[in-house]
Design a protein around this ligand. Sequence first.
Ligand code: ASP
Length: 296
Amino acid sequence: MLILSTWSFGQRANRAAWETLSPDGSSLDAVEIACRDAESDLSNHTVGKGGRPDASGQVSLDSSIMLSPAKRGAVAYVRRFEHPISIARAVMERTAHVLLAGDGAEQFALAQGFKATDLLTDEARGQWEEWRATGEMQPAHPAPIRNIEEKPPGSHDTIGVLALDSHGVLAGACSTSGMAYKLPGRVGDSPIIGHALYVDPRVGAAVATGHGELVMSVCGAFLAVEALRRGANPTDAAVEVLKRIQQTQPLTDNDQVGLIVLRPEGIWGAASLREGFKVAVKDSNRDELMAPRHVL
Ligand code: ASP
């Protein structure tokens, strides 16, 4: 049994999920619970309620969950529901589709019994007003976060979670409010299967966080799992994705991407473009925050 989550807020999320995962719970339930924890944490300005809005002041959330190529669900551009991860799970379990977006996703959520809520907190609104007052009304390309502990005003992050349960079942999930002050309508890598998340039960799983456009342009999580399929170890698989990003796209000094990769037998690895990425690890013996290798 093992649960791995992105960033330091992943430690709290892992603890919230552990009671379900141990001793014989389901990895699917565990990854959903971990994401729900981050989505409800109002001090987390990059996921769920309390997340930073887009340039127009509207919060929009992206999320996905996956067990296998046949069992996966996602939602994008969700503006009125606190737990997009649970709506993504409902898409997976109760529809014939992979991804629902915008108004349709919200109508589906209402029909499934999810309660609508306002996602913009006073704190996030205040920060957005400050950002607007700077006059930087460019298509938002705020400095991506390099170190969550620094919490720069224009940062972004994703809770990305991979878990392995006592039955040997792998599951993955991720949830984010995306880039702060993004252009309205922008959808990142998190709800697109194969970009921020991919799980193939026979081969392994990968989850990504960071500048979503960089990850989307190389199908990052899928590429990592394909590297495992060719025999790479998990850390090398993550590094292969980061090198592909480096080779194919111009990078700014602040661009960050982090990946966690897990094999079905529990061997895992992680890597990031730059220093600052953290992986929260919890199993029966440890509960730690680790700083993985970085390639730049
Ligand atoms: N990948 C997310 C996005 O671009 C944000 C992040 O993980 O930092 O929407």
